[in-house]
Each structure stands twice: as C-alpha cells, then as structure tokens.
Ligand binder design. Sequence first.
Ligand code: HEC
Length: 382
Amino acid sequence: MRSAALFLLSPLNPMAKPYIPTADDAPSSYTWTWAGAAALTVVFGAVLALWPPDFGTQPEGYEAPTWLLFFGRFHPIAVHLPIGVLILSVLIEMGCVRRSVEDKWGDMALFTLFVAAVGGVVAVVFGIFLAREGGYEGGSFILHQGLGIATAVGAILALFLRLSAMSSGGSVAMIACRVVLLATMGVMSVGAHFGANMVHGSKYLTQYAPAAMASSMTSFEKWMLSLVEEKKADKLVPEAPKTTAPVESGAAPATGDKLVFQHVILPMLEAKCNACHNADKSKGDLRMDTYELAIKGGENGSTIVPGKPVDSLAIQRIELPADDDEHMPPDGKDQATAEELALLKWWIQEGASDKLKVSEAKIPVELKAVVDAALKGVGSPL
Ligand code: HEC
C-alpha cells in the first residue's frame, strides 16, 4: 500500500532517485502487454457473442435489461476518447518511423495503441448496448455500427502487430502495424461521420460547406449507403411503396405546383424533428420523413389527426411546457417557432393532405411570410 502511494507520488517527490537506464534493463519481453492484449480480445469476442451487433436482426418487442441500457447511454461519451487517442497514436507512429525516435517513443507508441484499443472496445460495446433501445436502423446506423466495430478490430490488430515487432524485432510486422493503423484511422473517420449524421441529421456537415466539397461528400455518402441499403433490401420484405419522395432538394416543381406538405411542412419537420424521427433513428417508433410515415404515427399512433390539431400528438407534444419530459423537441434542442407551430396546426386543421397545393391553399395572412420563406428555402436546411 505504502509503496504504491510512493510510486504514484514519485514524480513529485524530490527525494526519489532519478531513473537512469542502463543497457541491462532494456525490456526484452512484453509479457504483461501480451496478456493484456489477449484478455482484451477475449473479452471483446465474448461480448460480441453474447450481444451480437444489431443488423436489423432484433426480434420485435425485444426488451433489454435496464443495466444494459444504462451503460448504452455512455456511448456518446465513451466514443470520443478512442478517437482522440487513435489520432495521437498515428502521430506518435509517424515519429517512430525514425529509429532514434522509436528508441525513445516505442513504448509510448505501444501504450497509446493499447489505450486506443481498449477505448475502441468499450465504445463499441456501449454502442451495441445503446442500439438495444430500439429505433436504430437504416443505412447510416448500419455503416456507423459496422465501421465502429472495424475500428476496434483494426486497433487490436495494430496493437498485436506492434507487440510482435517489438518483442522479436520484426520489421515486416512494424510496417504492417503502420499500414493497419492508418487504414483504421480512415475507417474510423468515415464511421464517426455516419454517427454524427445520426445525431445531427445528414446535412449537418454539408450545410455550410463550399458547394463543390458538399457535392462530393454527398455522393460519397450516397455510394456508401447504397452498399448497405441494397444488401438490406435483399433480406427484408419490400417496404410499402412510397408515394411521397423524401425531401429531395433541387427537383422542386414550379411555384404554382408546389405542395404544402412536400415543400413547406416536410422541410420544417426535417429541420426541427427528423434528426430523431427518421430512417436511422426513429425515437418513439415515429418517423416523419415521408407523408405516409408521419400519418402512421409512432408507438401511440395519432401523431397527426387530419382536421383535429387538438387531438394530434405532434401538436400536443410541442405545446407541452418546455420542462415537461414529453415536450418536443426535447429540452436543449432547436425548438419549433410559434409560426412553425401555427403552420403545422393550420395544415392539420385543413385536413393534413399531401395533395394540397400552395397555390390553392387558403393560407391565413399571418402565415404567408413563413410559407414564402419555406418555399425559398430560408430558415430550413434545404
Ligand atoms: C432530439 C431528438 C428529438 C427531436 C429533435 C424530436 N423528438 Fe419527438 N421524440 C423523441 C424521443 C426520444 C421520443 C420518445 C420518448 C417520448 O415519447 O417522449 C419522441 C417521441 C415523439 C412523439 C410520440 C410518438 C408516440 O407515438 O409515442 C411525438 C408525437 C413526437 N416525438 C413529435 C416530435 C415533433 C413534432 C418534433 C419536432 C417539432 C420532434 N418530435 C422532435 C426525440 C425527439
């Protein structure tokens, strides 16, 4: 006990003997690091076997135990440590390409890689637990989950390669370690991006990006999504045909033909609600990214009751006091404005139709300005 305390305090202790390494104490084996890396792999494998990642395989009505959901909520925190540490380990590794730096930093590189691998495993496990809450599906989720797992596996692999290079001086293993580490960082960046899209919506990063960059990012995303969404389509029963396309920017018809739902209501839902109520994340089992799904409602149905704003859960939830747990959007999120609420109420009152044209709708004077702004794309992320 006493020696442990002295050890921890030694950097602060002026009486501690300075450490002067000699040729004899160069470490030749990494027994404990090997054991640690092996234990990490076994634990990771066991958790994956016990709680397999969810690729749309979770049975309907599955109820996860509360403790598991509790740990799942730590995913958003836990995920950032390995991201930072993995970047740090790439930086250290870049220095270690030089022999003199490797001699000084080699052990540190190994340690950093170890922390990255442990952090990656913890983040993946918590992520799998978080997904047990249900409502996580769709391309971004599948990519985020798959690339996240690949990141943890990549970090473990790089760790073993470095360990083997350091224990037996293999240069091939060292080169392989660096290649794997670099690839892992790439995989992690893309995986993290899809995670961010799930939290902030898919336009978060591109909204203010220069046009050329935004379009290449969007087409890369589309390509990635097409890889997993095709596969999913093979497996699943075909979805009900969508008559209302999800928000497509660009392809808007002439003003006269613009539709109240498609061009005014939906963009508002996208901006204020659909970060949590979409294909990737359907909180409360509610999606509002197409007309049919918005009308279908969530767990409790009746999100939108045509002709009856008062009975529509969407309106009730927005009108709850901000500190009520059921208030929408939840506390701290970008709130619906009074005009947006009035607009939604008016549209529901008018029958909540997806066929109603802007040109034919009797829009109350006080809402004209909001409608115009929506049609011009001002104040919405489109
Ligand atoms: C930050 C995430 C988030 C945003 C943004 C958000 N919601 Fe929700 N919503 C949730 C969560 C979580 C639930 C499930 C828990 C609950 O019922 O309170 C939910 C549930 C609901 C439900 C209940 C569904 C049912 O059938 O039980 C409705 C209706 C709803 N939201 C409407 C909206 C509307 C309308 C907006 C936009 C004005 C919105 N939400 C924005 C997270 C969000």
